[in-house]
Write a protein that binds this ligand. Structure first.
Ligand SMILES: [Zn+2]
Length: 316
């Protein structure tokens, strides 16, 4: 049996839950996923997670002595200090004492929970391109848009744990589209994958019901003008939001992930166009805007980094 210490990552998603054992290098030793059933009570869901953690540990030939800690991502608002999931909109779960439940089975083992976007930011800091920056802004552009702020290599959580919500910066005051948050003109309502697909409906030769940001991107790569135009619009709005953030934070980089970031080359020139015209100082104009180096398992790596990042702090 190996006496290497490892971290268990639990990446709770709206449709699937991915659990894995992650080495200090960021390598995933064993992983397993199961569908998230939003009809489960939170307790039942956590019990399923515990079972899968045990299966993974067994498969890796490890026992609880090998555990450095457990990191848990939740797709919603989390209180990392109390280890509580405050609210997960997709399932309606509220005030779930995640750490307490897990701690019953693993007493004495560090257990950290965080919002999934914040965990991705931390994953980028510990294992990704964020390694080389003291300060950076992380942005997930997917069906929605979320962000995480790293300052002095630490996560900025804010007074009520909602710092970094770049998706809800208002970028369109004249003709703002309604956002899921109830306000109008938010970045998320104008540049998320959902927004790109909605804007392209009826403008492309794609059945409106099956249109996605990905299919719009495919049309754009084939030179379709309407599709290119939707990415131009989205990119311009993203550039506006990035300029607000850059003038406030002066980050070393802005790093983007999420499904829409795969079409980064379609967005980048248009992000730069509005960004460059709205930031002050040469240092802000030169901020690198980068694509994440972490791929499909960024969420799982992020969950594990909740433990490894604390380990780094301990080394200081
Ligand atoms: Zn909003």
């Amino acid at each position: 049996m190996s006496n290497q210490k490892v971290v268990v990552g639990i990446d709770n998603g709206g449709t699937k839950t991915l659990i894995g054992i992650v080495e200090q290098s960021g390598k995933i030793l064993v992983k397993k996923q199961f569908p998230t059933d939003i009809n489960d009570s939170p307790k039942t869901h956590i019990e399923k997670c515990m079972k899968v953690v045990n299966e993974c540990m067994e498969k890796a030939g490890m026992n609880d002595q090998s555990l450095l800690g457990i990191g848990v991502n939740v797709p919603g608002l989390a209180d990392p200090k109390k280890g509580v999931l405050i609210h997960a909109p997709y399932s309606g779960w509220r005030n779930v004492p995640v750490r307490e439940h897990l701690q019953e089975k693993w007493p004495g083992i560090p257990i950290h929970i965080a919002n999934d976007v914040n965990a991705c930011a931390l994953g980028e800091l510990v294992f990704g391109r964020g390694k080389q920056f003291e300060n950076f802004l992380w942005v997930t552009i997917s069906t929605g848009i979320g962000g995480g702020i790293i300052i002095d290599r630490k996560m900025v959580e804010g007074e009520h744990f909602i710092a970094g919500e770049i998706g809800h910066l208002v970028v369109e005051w004249e003709d703002g589209k309604l956002c899921g948050c109830g306000n109008r003109g938010c970045l998320e309502a104008h540049a998320s994958g959902t927004a790109i697909a909605n804007m392209a409906k009826g403008k492309l030769e794609i059945e409106p019901s099956s249109i996605t940001a990905k299919s719009v991107a495919e049309s754009a790569y084939n030179g379709n003008k309407a599709a290119l135009d939707k990415y131009r619009q989205a990119g311009n709005y993203i550039g506006r939001a990035f300029s607000y953030a850059a003038n406030v934070l002066n980050p070393g980089a802005i790093i983007i992930g999420g499904g829409v970031s795969l079409s980064f080359d379609l967005l980048e020139p248009h992000i730069r166009e509005t960004f460059q015209s709205a930031v002050i100082d040469e240092t802000n104009k030169n901020i690198p805007i980068l694509q994440t180096a972490l791929g499909y398992e960024a969420g799982l790596i992020g969950a594990a980094s909740l433990i490894y990042a604390n380990d780094l702090k301990g080394d200081e």
